[in-house]
Every structure is written in C-alpha cells, then in structure tokens.
Design a protein around this ligand. Structure first.
Ligand SMILES: O=C(O)c1cc(=O)[nH]c(=O)n1[C@@H]1O[C@H](COP(=O)(O)O)[C@@H](O)[C@H]1O
Length: 332
C-alpha cells in the first residue's frame, strides 16, 4: 500500500484536463492518515482525476463467458478476468479506468478455484497500479465482521483489495471493524445506502418521517469521514474523500434529496452502479446527483463487458463510457 500511480496514469493525468471537470484535484503525494498511510480517498481522487470517474465492473456471468466463447469454468473465468484487466490497465493512454470492481459471487460460484482466480486478479491489478473494489457486500455482527475485514482489507490477506462493499443491515456500527481497518491500512469501504434495484426501497426508504434508513447510513458515514479526514495531514492539498464511501444507485440518485440525504456532505466517494445496462446515462446521473456529482464513481459491468472479448471492443466501450461521464463542470 502507499504506492503511487504508475507512470502511465501520471502521463494521463498530465495530458487531460479533468481536474477542472471534477474539481477533485488531489495528488496522493504528501497526504497521510493517522497510521502514516496514503489514504484511500486520496488515491481514488487521484485515479478519478487521471482516468475519469469510471469503475469497470468485472462480472463474469455465465452468459458473458459463453458470449466470449469461454467455458464456464475457472479457466474461462481466468481468461475473462485477465482480459478485462488488460483492457482497463494497458490502454494506449495508460490506465483507462479509476478502479476495477470484481463481483465476488461470480468467482465464488466456481469454489476455491474461482477464489484463486480472484486472488490473482487482485494481485495483478495491484501490480498494474489499478485500484480494486471487491464487491462482496459483507456485513456481520462486530466480532465476526472483524474476520471479513481482515479477509478483504488487511495488508497480507490473499484477497486484499483497495476497498470492499459492505451491507449495513446489522446496523452501521456493526461495520466498525472494517471501517477501522480500512482507515488504518489506507483502504476504503463502500456501504450500501440506496441501491440501484427496485426492491431496495422497501428497506432503505423505511423509517420514521424524515429519518429513512438510508439517511441514517448516510449521516453515520459523514461522521466517520469527518473524523478520519480531521486526523489526516493533507500535505498542502485539501483532503478530498474520506475512507467511507456509499453505494448510491445511478438509477435512484434523484431519490436522495427527497429522502433528505446530503450526499455531498458525506465527503466520501459515491459508487454508482446502474450506469449502462440498468438504464442510467451520464446525463441522468449528473441530474440525479446534483452537487454530489464530483464525488461519483460510476460503475458499469455488462454494458462494457458485452463489447469483448476483442481488446479493441472493450477499450472502445471504456472510452465511450468515460466520454459520456466527462463533460465540463459548467454542464454538470
Ligand atoms: O454494490 C454494488 O456494486 C451494486 C449495488 C447496487 O445497488 N446495484 C448494483 O447493481 N451493484 C452491482 O453493480 C454491478 C452492476 O452491473 P451492470 O448492471 O452489469 O453494470 C453488479 O455487480 C451489481 O452487483
């Protein structure tokens, strides 16, 4: 951990003018957390600055494997995953996405051999300088939550990623072991707040008037980020994003203000699934997220992966998605 962007990403950062577009002008250089680590928020902000606010989801669905003419086996899974990584990490302009998000269940369904592929994918992404978000959606009582935290966020864990997705159904406070380990190791978490699926509303909108579950989660994340950011030294640049991000579906972002969610006030990244295959567009996301748009990391899986297996098709899918998300700030 604590690594800096690769030469490719630095070149991309020098070339593009996205600093103006996203107002997330932030270099990891000089920023450290209370444990002396470069914090995840600073690393993600730098990656979004360099490549644009796109996360490529690696979702090896059986149908996609078949469409790529690959077997639904660990061998097919490995080929699929490494091809997606190559498209994201080694574009003509260097690293082409801000992060990769492998969907853990689609590796787990292949058992231990699938998890071994995931380990290799996470390790190779780290070597290539690409941030990873393990989409595991974990959540448990505190004592065993520590086990999940160590599985995904400890330095020496075989499945260590830069961040992991978490489910707060057992209560926001039950996730504390993961929040604390993420902060200590310069990693991050993304906690489900408003999910992109229609069924999410029955839980996330529930609560006393003006006190929806999603609002409770959002305010708790804002509190953790305020504390973490206050403990960071910023090396002369303003710390941008704390270690606690939220998952806010691209398809439901406009519901946030109706529920009283202050997404911009979270001071954490907003992972927004639903861009592409679930129907959200760059324009609908900009409108839905409003003032919180500079913190949004849009994630897309099937819409881009369907362009494979040819490298040109995948890279063109990534390029088009980044272009759709990249408009001047005055239009955003
Ligand atoms: O946490 C997630 O990543 C997630 C949360 C959510 O609210 N909605 C959602 O679709 N996701 C994930 O985001 C990805 C969306 O994939 P596509 O619809 O193919 O782009 C899948 O891996 C989902 O599991």
């Amino acid at each position: 951990m604590g690594r800096h962007l690769t030469a490719g990403a630095r070149r991309a950062a020098g070339r593009c003018d996205r600093a103006v577009r996203y107002r997330l002008v932030s270099s990891p250089a000089g920023q450290v957390n209370s444990a002396g680590r470069v914090p995840f928020g600073a690393r993600l902000a730098a990656a979004m600055h360099a490549a644009g606010p796109l996360c490529l989801g690696i979702d090896p669905h059986p149908q996609l494997l078949a469409d790529w003419d690959l077997p639904d086996t660990p061998v097919g899974l490995e080929r699929f995953s490494m091809t997606a990584l190559e498209a994201a990490a080694e574009g003509p302009d260097g690293i082409a996405v801000a992060a990769l998000k492998p969907q853990v269940a689609l590796f787990e369904r292949h058992g231990s051999a699938g998890l071994a592929v995931l380990e290799r994918l996470l390790r190779r992404a780290r070597q290539a300088g690409v941030l990873t978000i393990a989409d595991a959606k974990r959540g448990d009582i505190g004592s065993t939550m520590a086990g999940y935290a160590e599985a995904w966020l400890a330095d020496d864990a075989p499945l260590a990623a830069d961040a992991v997705t978490l489910s707060p159904y057992l209560g926001y406070g039950s996730l504390a072991p993961a929040v604390e380990l993420a902060e200590a190791t310069g990693r991050g978490v993304f906690i489900l707040a408003l999910t992109s699926n229609p069924e999410g509303a029955s839980v996330q909108h529930a609560g006393a008037a003006g006190d929806a579950v999603a609002r409770v989660i959002t305010e708790a994340a804002a509190g953790d980020n305020a504390r973490a950011l206050a403990a960071q030294t910023d090396g002369g640049t303003r710390p941008a994003l704390g270690p606690v991000g939220l998952v806010v579906g691209a398809t439901v972002a406009e519901q946030a203000s109706r529920l009283g969610l202050d997404l911009a006030g979270v001071r954490g990244a907003l992972l927004a699934p639903g861009f592409g295959a679930q129907g959200a567009s760059g324009a609908s996301m900009r409108a839905g997220f409003g003032a919180a748009w500079p913190s949004v990391l849009a994630t897309s899986s099937r819409a881009i992966l369907a362009r494979g297996p040819q490298m040109d098709g995948l890279r063109e899918g990534i390029r088009a998605a980044v272009a759709e998300l990249s408009v001047p700030a005055e239009d955003g």
